[in-house]
Design a protein around this ligand. Structure first.
Ligand code: AMP
Ligand code: MG
Length: 320
């Protein structure tokens, strides 16, 4: 009996010691890595015993998503969709179908302010290259005729995408970082990390508890448009979830004294002209936040706020 008591006492003390050891910030394992994917810098920082394994697993998955959706790779699934003939069902990864599905919903709800089928026109501006190009008005009008969600049919169960017209194509630039953020969060959780921060070119996802604050909340700075990196307009506190920004300062070029940015109004074919420079959306899903940030930017402040409300999302419009 005495031996059993001693055994449990020792076990109790050991458990308490392990708990204290893990709570001590010196012993809390931290792992951080940065890679260039989706045409931007992606950083993942995690805390916990399996932090390193978790971050490495996240980057393996992000690299796969990058390969699936890269428009530079002729064999990527997105290139296969874009080069397919009309009425040919293309079998794709469920990730692609999920992205298209969500994008389709936000496209409808934003009355086309967000539209991944705007690819024929977004591509003309060449924001993905070294230097942007101002297309001719004739080319823009010609490309506008090729836009439309009704041109695409997806089968969620069979994981296929079919287009009705040969010239229709898809640009996942406004969704893939959001989708990738959600995937990263799920992987980090599956490794049981204590806390993690995912930053995919300004698309932030907070997972678990922030090990550096007393209440475990994350403090995310809202970048002041066109100010040096890290100069914030505001700092918001979030328990978990996504903080996603679409800003004119993220990608732009100047031509003949005019500035052209990468958020295109699919109705006009030109960069969306607004009195603000960035829109940040805060909500649980990074995929939703990614679609909404672009949609709200193009819609304008009044309609943008209405759309965000329908999705239970918080929205911030910032000017330089
Ligand atoms: P984001 O940085 O999330 O606002 O997305 C911008 C990227 O999405 C651009 O670089 C384009 O590839 C694409 N894009 C631009 N305008 C739109 C739009 N109105 N709807 C959907 N995608 C867009
Ligand atoms: Mg977006």
């Amino acid at each position: 009996m005495k031996k059993v008591k001693v055994f449990f006492l020792v076990l109790l003390v050991l458990t308490a010691l392990v708990g204290l050891w893990r709570k001590n910030p010196v012993n809390m394992r931290k792992y951080e890595a940065t890679e260039f994917l989706f045409d931007t810098e992606c950083t993942v920082r995690a805390y916990g015993i399996k932090a390193e394994e978790a971050v490495k697993a996240v980057f393996r998955e992000l690299a796969e998503l990058h390969t699936l959706t890269s428009i530079y790779d002729k064999n990527s699934q997105i290139s296969l969709i874009n080069s397919a003939n009309a009425e040919t069902a293309v079998c794709v990864d469920s990730a692609i179908v999920n992205m298209i599905n969500k994008a389709q919903q936000v496209c409808r709800d934003s009355e086309g302010a967000f539209d991944i089928t705007a690819a024929p026109v977004t591509r003309l501006w060449k924001f993905d290259g070294d230097k942007g190009v101002v297309p001719s008005n004739a080319d823009i009008q010609d490309a506008l005729d090729k836009i439309g969600f009704e041109n695409f049919e997806i089968d969620v169960l069979k994981c296929t995408v079919k287009k009705k017209t040969k010239d229709a194509s898809i640009d996942l630039g406004g969704v893939v970082k959001g989708y990738a953020g959600d995937v990263a969060a799920e992987i980090l959780k599956s490794f049981g990390v204590d806390g993690a921060l995912v930053d995919l070119g300004g698309n932030i996802v907070c997972v678990g508890k922030n090990q550096q604050t007393k209440n475990g909340a994350w403090r995310v700075g809202l970048q002041k448009p066109f100010a040096p990196t890290g100069e914030f307009d505001d700092v918001i506190e979030v328990e978990s979830g996504a903080v996603v920004t679409s800003g004119t300062y993220q990608r732009f070029f100047e031509h003949k004294g005019r500035r052209y940015h990468h958020i295109i109004d699919p109705h006009s074919g030109y960069p969306s002209e607004q009195p603000y420079d960035s829109v940040t959306v805060v909500t649980d899903s990074a995929l939703t936040a990614d679609c909404l940030s672009t949609a709200c930017f193009v819609l304008g402040e009044e309609k943008g706020r209405e759309l965000a409300k329908r999705y239970n999302a918080e929205v911030h419009f910032l000017s330089r």
